[in-house]
Design a protein around this ligand. Sequence first.
Ligand SMILES: O=P(O)(O)OC[C@H]1O[C@H](O[C@H]2O[C@H](CO)[C@@H](O)[C@H](O)[C@H]2O)[C@H](O)[C@@H](O)[C@@H]1O
Ligand SMILES: O=c1ccn([C@@H]2O[C@H](COP(=O)(O)OP(=O)(O)O)[C@@H](O)[C@H]2O)c(=O)[nH]1
Length: 455
Amino acid sequence: MSRLIVVSNRVAPITEGKSSAGGLVVGVLDALRETGGIWLGWNGNIEPEPTQQPVTESDKNIDFCTVALTQRDYDHYYRGFSNGLLWPTFHYRIDLSRYTGDDYAGYLKVNRHFAQILASSLRDDDRIWVHDYHLIPLGKACRDLGIRNRIGFFLHIPFPSPSVLTTIPPHRALVEAMCAYDLLGFQTQTDVQAFVDYATRYLGAAVSGNEVKIGDRSIKVGAYPIGIHPDQIRALSKQSRRSKPLDALKSGLQHRKLIVSVDRLDYSKGLVERFNAFERLLETAPRHRGKVTFVQIAPPSRQDVQGYRQIRRQLESTAGRINGKWTELSWTPIRYMNRSYERALLMSFFRVSQVGLVTPLRDGMNLVAKEYIASQPAHDPGVLVLSEFAGAAAEMRDGALMVNPYDVQGMADALDRALSMALDERKSRYEHLMEILRKNDLSSWRDRFLADLGD
Ligand SMILES: O=P(O)(O)OC[C@H]1O[C@H](O[C@H]2O[C@H](CO)[C@@H](O)[C@H](O)[C@H]2O)[C@H](O)[C@@H](O)[C@@H]1O
Ligand SMILES: O=c1ccn([C@@H]2O[C@H](COP(=O)(O)OP(=O)(O)O)[C@@H](O)[C@H]2O)c(=O)[nH]1
């Protein structure tokens, strides 16, 4: 039978239950658990010499094949080109992006290395599914080694419009490399359109239906919004209902309402704007003072990449300023935590909250938005306040309260509306959203992508 080989920079921790604060790992692990397969990627370690032979650990039906990176590769490939240039640019933060030729060379080198590792154990009928911006040139590197298997690529982050993409010096080489894949998957139709716009304008592509023709190559493109397993999340949200952390959260609340947010500590997530919106709510709707607590869980991420330390300092000072001004002896308005929690616990926090506040400035999808809804009790659901710039907005705009994350007053108004919403309206919004989450669940993401990739 044909094997499925998944390749991504980050690979799930093999220990069940260990928290992993990133949507790619969460989504791919859940999807692979059902089909089984091989998952190749970086093990998160730095070693003096490049790994020639990946270490394989098997867990049930998945073989995890991982390699270490050298310090130099980590600096140029992960920290430099991937997270110092591609991440900010693809999230429209060209002010934060830094290009160097050495980073680009290191990025290509690691991609070639991954291709060699793949080539060494590949069977003719294996299907290869490559994930995310770290590995854009992997398909081309495979083709250069003579690999003819079906290879699909899924981008978890937004694909920027051509005017932003072209700020990347090797933009043309990057997009040409994408054309080595048989199928290109994006989170939303907006991302697909941005890719098609670039391909037609800069590469002379002709588009017909979901096929993009460039020279003698024909590539399928499509939107495959990543989902969750809503019923599993629902079950998870109830699993920790008697846990100590949940008890501690509830006893700290003292029956106040709860607004909750969970994000990696990333400048793309709009945290400062969100803190300011919560303060604006306290200023403009005084009835909420002392009556609502905002819990922000923000595990540190990519702390050695420029831009991330700055956002951390900025947030600490914003939270300190707001709490300094508004805290009373018996109430702290913002609880800001730089730590991660196991997913089951997070879901139980969502379940007891009244509002899920998800307001990224840009986001490929944002699984937290989907998990928030799936965790709600059907008889008394909370309200999702969602940024129009999250990929999740394409599916969830009719059930969530939509906001522009740059509009502090607009977000404060949405919070006020969410906190005051009548039960009937909350229920009908929740039911509508659950229907969508069930229809576009994680299995359908995987199955649609693999069906289009073909054998
Ligand atoms: O691996 P890290 O550098 O620690 O970063 C964590 C992951 O962040 C990004 O996740 C994205 O994928 C999610 C699932 O599709 C999506 O909902 C979210 O909007 C994206 O930001 C990144 O794309 C992953 O490669 C990282 O592993
Ligand atoms: O402390 C944490 C914080 C986040 N997550 C999970 O990490 C994922 C974050 O994915 P999302 O798509 O929202 O954003 P990303 O971090 O991938 O940009 C979600 O499944 C969260 O439940 C977690 O397990 N523990």
